[in-house]
Design a protein around this ligand. Sequence first.
Ligand code: FES
Ligand code: MG
Length: 567
Amino acid sequence: MSAGLRSRDWFGPRDVNGFAARSWMKNQGLPPRMFDGRPVIGICNTWSELTPCNAHLRDLAEHVKRGVYEAGGFPVEFPVMSLGETLLRPTSMLFRNLVSMDVEESIRANPLDGVVLLCGCDKTTPALLMGAASCDLPALVVSGGPMLTGRFRGRQLGSGTAVFAMSEEVRAGRMPAAGFAEAESCMSRSAGHCNTMGTASTMAALVEALGMGLPGNAAIPAVDSRRRVLAQDAGVRIVQMVHEDLRMSRVLTRAAFENAIRANAAIGGSTNAVIHLLALAGRAEVPLELADFDRLGHDVPLFTDLLPSGRFLMEDFFEAGGMPAVLRAMGDLLDGSALTVTGRTLGENIAGAPCWNPEVIREVKPAAGIAVLRGNLAPDGAVIKPSAASPELLRHRGRAVVFDSVEELADRIDDPDLDVDETSVLVLRGAGPRGYPGMPEVGNLPLPKRLLAKGITDMVRISDARMSGTAYGTVVLHVAPESAAGGPLALVRTGDFIELDVPGRRLHLDLGDDELAARRAAWSPPPPVVDGGYQRLYVDHVQQADRGADLDILTGRRGAVVRRDNH
Ligand code: FES
Ligand code: MG
């Protein structure tokens, strides 16, 4: 038995409080030996039938428990608010910080010595990591795993990406509506999260790169028996981590974040990872800034051929060797000395990791990372994924066509009278953290139907929003400060000229300082979009995208000490 476990403060004393702590727990059928000083392991579960990607996590929790018992620990599963991409409005991102608060307070307020974080759908991974990092107990992530490859009449369907493609076929009359309806069941045919390299798969992969999960965490399909074995192994390991006092702060170092930034480039990962890693670094008190993503990641090659940018899906990725194979292929691009939850270094974890299919895991193209742009239109930065953009648009000067909101965009984009051509630059504002609120995934603005009909497939688009991990195009995202916070994006007018220069890392509004100052003097902030509740707290405290859109009151490590008793 370990001395000094924080759970002993609850379960150890032979007084009224100790009696209460033990007695009520015993109503669940727990034998007295569970309170003998063994590590108490929380299993933080984002299971919900409203988060279909995580709907199988109660089963997975049972396998974590087996491992905890096997290693002599006492597992206790607890729920936190869950976040599903497909149902939540106005956007799941609005609630990432709320869930992180739920996680942090649930861990600290309870007699836990270590935590296993059960994650899956996009926001559940950063939310749980952020909350746990602020407490800094030993913690380990088990991801739910991706869905099996979607199959429909002989073709392969990738989550998200296939929906966009098929809906175009329906509009063009090439696919009957009945087939489209049937494809719904075929695309999502098993438990698990999106099977493309969207945000969920990206974050599960970065869990491995950060050293926060067991090797193999990202790619094992949700329904594969080996996912359950990984969960049981995680249960064993978290008990050992408590004995070793292997806290999150020993894993989440600057080296771990640098590895994650480079790994994100290597997998062609989601732009959303930029925001989530910045927010997590803020919790872990690791200095990290937006410029680091460009400086460390931009010249890292793409090592995976996965949708949305490539051909294969997560099931293929698993069979090809998964993240250990990618991390090994990255070689010297990684700091192999970073400590991980296994108690070994990242380099030791991946030594000898085999690649079984060089079609899926190989050097696909050079320099796949994210570029960070600056200029008078984005003084605090903006991001673009050059590998997902059209090469001929990476240097472009065009006339702005401005939309103040997503509603105005929807109303006007297909208006035959809209003065727009393929050289125009589409600008959307009011979609940042504070303005929307919650910074939704609307940054890949639809192109005007009239131009689509002409065969135009890409245009420069600029916004203070995010975009889905499954989307692509010459799309400038996360402009900071956002328009609702008075960023220069608020001052652009239709007809102004904007210069995008990705090689020069520049985003410039062709206006003199005097004109900008005059417009700023005439600008007034938009009226508040919320009147109370959590959304009020969010709008009042959310930081800009370059700070990870975390609440200012939540940054930092507050530890797990509780100074007062409850009775
Ligand atoms: Fe949940 Fe894509 S909708 S991971
Ligand atoms: Mg998404």
